[in-house]
Design a protein around this ligand. Structure first.
Ligand SMILES: Cc1cc2nc3c(=O)[nH]c(=O)nc-3n(C[C@H](O)[C@H](O)[C@H](O)COP(=O)(O)OP(=O)(O)OC[C@H]3O[C@@H](n4cnc5c(N)ncnc54)[C@H](O)[C@@H]3O)c2cc1C
Length: 391
């Protein structure tokens, strides 16, 4: 385990409540005990015990922890953010499991589901006994979900879904898939039990990133669902976009966890590795790298905390504020990971150290939940009043 205390240059800890520090300590311990010792093997082999982890995280109340009722912990946004940070300090894939379960699948059901749907799915998902996934992206429509091809048509009292979803975290092992589709009335959402005939999910192989996470491609072939499977409160594309805003909040914190782990590893290495007769951390060029990275990390923490406090306030967070956080913190995190890699020289590419794994993982984090370019467009639209998305 690497030391993280010296990285707190600005006494960030003093800005947290006792309860927030306790949650962080608990999750850090779980990540240290349960994830860190094995995650490099899971990553290499592409085999992560997702169900076992979900059950353990469920017992600790980490799944859907910022939601209320149905067995959810009702934690603050900051406590949830710190949880994401500690999990992602171990591995982005493990944090993705918790984000997708809690902020995408559970949130969609919690916010837009019927009372029956909530009762059917949420307690089991909070306990980690049931796994959920969230299918918005398609093979031909990623950044532009408004043009999705998946169709939902009414047939008597039923709905019939046809189409496909791509890059869906947890899909191969999910019990329930939240699926977004286009109907005559616009975008609609469904809670689809994955054993419904016509639903299939295959594991996407050969990933070079987020290998300690299960990612799937879903095909929907005449999937017949009762009317009760539709999420009644989800009307239009703003419903899945609201779920993405939830999940992006966790990423703002999580990415810093990966960056922190890289920087802590690089500092450990730089103070022990000797070249030219002295530790490489004693060279001014190395110190400049470390100082610049520490600066960005601290700024990222402060940004995450500010957004967390806003989210916990009555006013909440606006989507463009979440875009500021996601754009900055993931972009800086991946820069930190790449710079830390250089400090470890040849060892930087070795799986014996976590840095290359974090750097590779952050490539996915940079892309999912809105690419950097999409967040630049969200911010640009707010600044100019001009919508650069529309053709
Ligand atoms: C490991 C992993 C897990 C994922 N998990 C999920 C999940 O659980 N559920 C889910 O629904 N999706 C998931 N995704 C999908 C992810 O959200 C999409 O990959 C992402 O939205 C980008 O879509 P795309 O891959 O189709 O890229 P595209 O949309 O084709 O974009 C390609 C490039 O073009 C740029 N671009 C696109 N439009 C514009 C524009 N207007 N202006 C400037 N640049 C533009 C993009 O920024 C990007 O650089 C996951 C992805 C990965 C890699």
């Amino acid at each position: 385990m690497v030391t993280v205390a010296p990285l707190d240059l600005l006494d960030f800890d003093s800005l947290l409540t006792d309860e927030e520090r306790d949650v962080r300590a608990l999750v850090r311990r779980v990540a240290d005990d349960r994830v860190r010792p094995s995650v490099a093997d899971w990553y290499f082999d592409g085999t992560t015990p997702v169900r076992d982890l979900a059950l353990e995280f469920g017992k600790l109340g980490l799944l859907g922890m910022h939601l209320t009722g149905y067995g959810c912990a009702g934690s603050s946004a900051v406590a949830y953010g710190l949880t994401c940070m500690e999990l992602e300090a171990a591995d982005s894939g493990v944090r993705s499991l918790v984000s997708v379960q809690g902020s995408l699948a559970m949130y969609a059901l919690w916010k837009f589901g019927s009372p029956e749907q909530k009762q059917r799915w949420l307690p089991g998902m909070a306990a980690g006994e049931l796994i959920g996934c969230f299918g918005l992206t398609e093979p031909d429509h990623g950044s532009d979900p408004a043009n999705m091809s998946t169709r939902a048509r009414r047939d008597g009292d039923d709905w019939v879904l046809d189409g496909g979803k791509m890059w869906i975290t947890n899909a191969p092992l999910a019990d329930v898939a939240v699926i977004w589709a286009r109907a005559d009335e616009g975008v609609v959402g469904f809670a689809v039990p994955t054993d419904t005939p016509g639903f299939a999910a295959r594991e996407i192989k050969n990933k070079m990133s987020l290998r300690a996470s299960s990612t799937g491609e879903i095909t929907l072939t005449g999937v017949r669902l009762p009317a009760a499977a539709q999420l009644p409160e989800a009307r239009g594309l703003k419903a899945p976009l609201a779920c993405l805003t939830e999940a992006r909040f966790g990423i703002i914190w999580g990415a810093l966890g990966a960056a922190r782990d890289c920087l802590a590893t690089a500092i450990d290495y730089a103070t022990t590795r000797e070249q030219f007769g002295r530790p490489i951390g004693g060279f001014q060029l190395t110190q400049a790298k470390l100082a610049d990275m520490a600066l960005e990390l601290q700024k990222g923490f402060l940004l995450a905390l500010h957004l967390g406090r806003l989210r916990d306030s009555a006013g909440g967070l606006r989507p463009e504020q979440v875009s500021v956080g996601k754009l900055n913190n993931v972009r800086e995190a991946i820069k930190i990971a790449r710079q830390c890699r250089t400090i470890l020289g040849g060892n930087g590419i070795s799986g014996e150290y976590p840095i290359m794994r974090h750097a590779n993982n952050l490539e996915s984090v940079l892309t999912y939940e809105g690419t950097s370019e999409i967040h630049q467009l969200v911010i640009g639209q707010k600044l100019t009043g001009l919508n650069a998305f529309a053709s």
